[in-house]
Design a protein around this ligand. Structure first.
Ligand SMILES: Nc1ncnc2c1ncn2[C@@H]1O[C@H](COP(=O)(O)OP(=O)(O)O)[C@@H](O)[C@H]1O
Ligand SMILES: CC(=O)OP(=O)(O)O
Ligand SMILES: [Mg+2]
Length: 452
């Protein structure tokens, strides 16, 4: 049955506005709410679409129906896609004209909103919540504005659809006060909300559940070190099933470097870099209604891999990093090697620190995100370095075969190395899915989904 004829199900669209991409999944879900204790998946995937390289044009558009029988798979470069709003418009046009799915059958749209401030739960988009998210845009300059532009388009072209915002920050509300606080005047910090919020929370929630299922352990018993490595990269430590710390902070700029982001720097560097650091910049290519300073613009959009190597693609960087060259001075001659080694170095900083925060009681180290899921070389480098902490030895064969089985979670360390069960710490790769996390939450949430 085509989605248009199926009246027994609602269509749910999940939209993930990342810094460099727009990832969209369409699901069908039962009209009434499922029992949250039910083991069966509450939603069924119908299709996925992705628009990548939005910040490094030409953008690449892909459209893949989930059905095996499907013949429509599209992969092409589109010059007309300039930002997240035009990317979404292109998707909707394609959905109707090429895939012949009536957009008015979509009843719910889940939007990933990176900065949710103190929101601890998803919210239905109303004038009030829209403006609240808008006020937080300066704290996620590459994200909130982009998500709002898609939300705006949905309100315009799909007026009878319910738009719901799901926040990256919500997962990290369990971070203890002393970890989330900065060592600054606490009165000012409180008044202005200057604290660590943390991001990639929808991805971490997905990984946490998927790994619990894979290890066949209760989610609340797990101690994990998670690495979400994509255009934006972060690390997170989960203790007893709750976020204990994460590397991003007040904004997604802190912590690990990314495609165009510097990651953590000495705060004083800003003033040595440019004496115009504090001026507000109005770059027309920036999402509307965002007031960021010159310094924020440089550190968010003109730094990271792009500034060191000229590309935002970590796959390209790896290819040219001469990883086989043992010469210790190679990084001074090869910017790709510099970027690779610098990234690995910062990742090790977090793994070491999070290992200590867990008193060494770690169930698994998990790689995820575009780089985490695809970079065989980075996983190899990190896995070799963590062996001294009691992690199982890497299996080169397993590492090289990641993604081939189609499983959501795969172990890349070697269980055979653990004959006596002494080295229980595993190294895993999780194919994370923020869209599925939102759709599932939406259908299982009593406040969002009809009971009868
Ligand atoms: N084969 C590869 N090896 C290493 N990195 C890759 C490979 N393919 C893609 N990537 C990286 O994955 C990034 C995208 O990650 P993703 O998590 O999908 O992005 P976003 O942060 O926009 O959600 C790309 O920018 C690229 O650097
Ligand atoms: C929070 C963040 O950096 O997200 P993304 O990696 O999707 O850009
Ligand atoms: Mg992402």
């Amino acid at each position: 049955m085509s989605p248009n004829e199926d009246q027994q199900h609602n269509l749910v669209l999940s939209v993930n506005a990342g810094s460099s991409s727009l990832k969209i999944s369409l699901y069908s879900a039962p009209l009434q709410q499922l029992d949250s204790s039910s083991k069966s998946e509450p939603v069924t995937l119908l299709l996925t679409s992705s628009i990548s390289s939005i910040s490094a044009p030409p953008a690449k558009f892909s459209f893949k129906p989930a059905s095996i029988k499907a013949t429509t798979t599209k992969d092409e470069s589109i010059d007309a896609i300039k930002d997240h709003a035009s990317a979404f418009a292109h998707f909707l046009h394609y959905l109707e004209k090429e895939a012949s799915i009536d957009k008015d059958r979509i009843k719910y749209i889940c939007h990933r909103v990176v900065h949710g401030g103190d929101y601890s739960e998803p919210v239905i988009i109303t004038q009030e919540t829209y403006h609240h998210i808008e006020k937080l845009s300066d704290l996620a300059p590459l994200h909130n504005g982009a998500a709002l532009s898609v939300i705006h388009a949905c309100i315009d072209v799909l007026p009878s659809t319910k738009s719901i915002a799901f926040f990256d920050t919500a997962f990290h509300r369990t971070i203890p006060l002393h970890v989330a606080s900065y060592a600054i005047d606490q009165k000012i910090a409180k008044e202005r909300g200057l604290k660590k919020y943390g991001f990639h929370g929808l991805s971490y929630a997905f990984i946490h559940r998927a790994v619990a299922q894979y290890l066949d352990k209760a989610p609340e018993s797990l101690n994990l070190i998670l690495l979400h490595l994509g255009s934006g990269a972060s690390a997170c430590v989960i203790k007893d099933g709750r976020s204990l710390d994460t590397s991003m902070g007040l904004t997604p700029l802190n912590g690990l470097p990314g495609a165009t982001r510097s990651g953590a720097i000495d705060p004083s560097l800003i003033f040595h870099y440019t004496n115009r650091a504090g001026r507000i910049t109005h770059d027309p290519s920036m999402a509307t209604n965002i007031g960021v300073t010159k310094a924020e613009d440089i550190l968010n959009r003109k730094s990271g891999w792009k500034s060191i190597t000229g590309t935002t693609d970590f796959g390209e960087i790896t290819k040219h990093a001469e990883l086989d060259n043992p010469d210790s001075s190679i990084a001074s001659k090869n910017p790709n090697r510099l970027a690779f080694d610098l990234f690995a170095d910062r990742i090790l900083n977090y793994i070491g620190s999070y290992y200590l925060k867990l008193h060494g009681n770690v169930d698994a180290l998990v790689f995820a995100g575009g780089i985490g899921e695809k970079s065989v070389e980075l996983r190899e480098m990190i896995s070799q370095r963590v062996e001294c902490l009691g992690f199982r030895k890497l299996s080169n064969e397993r590492n090289g075969n990641v993604g081939k089985s189609g499983d959501v979670v795969e172990e890349i360390s070697d269980p055979a190395e653990d004959e006596e069960g002494k080295k229980a710490k595993r190294i895993l790769v999780c194919s994370t899915d923020e869209q599925l996390e939102m759709a599932r939450e939406c259908v299982l949430d009593h406040k969002l989904w009809p009971k009868d």
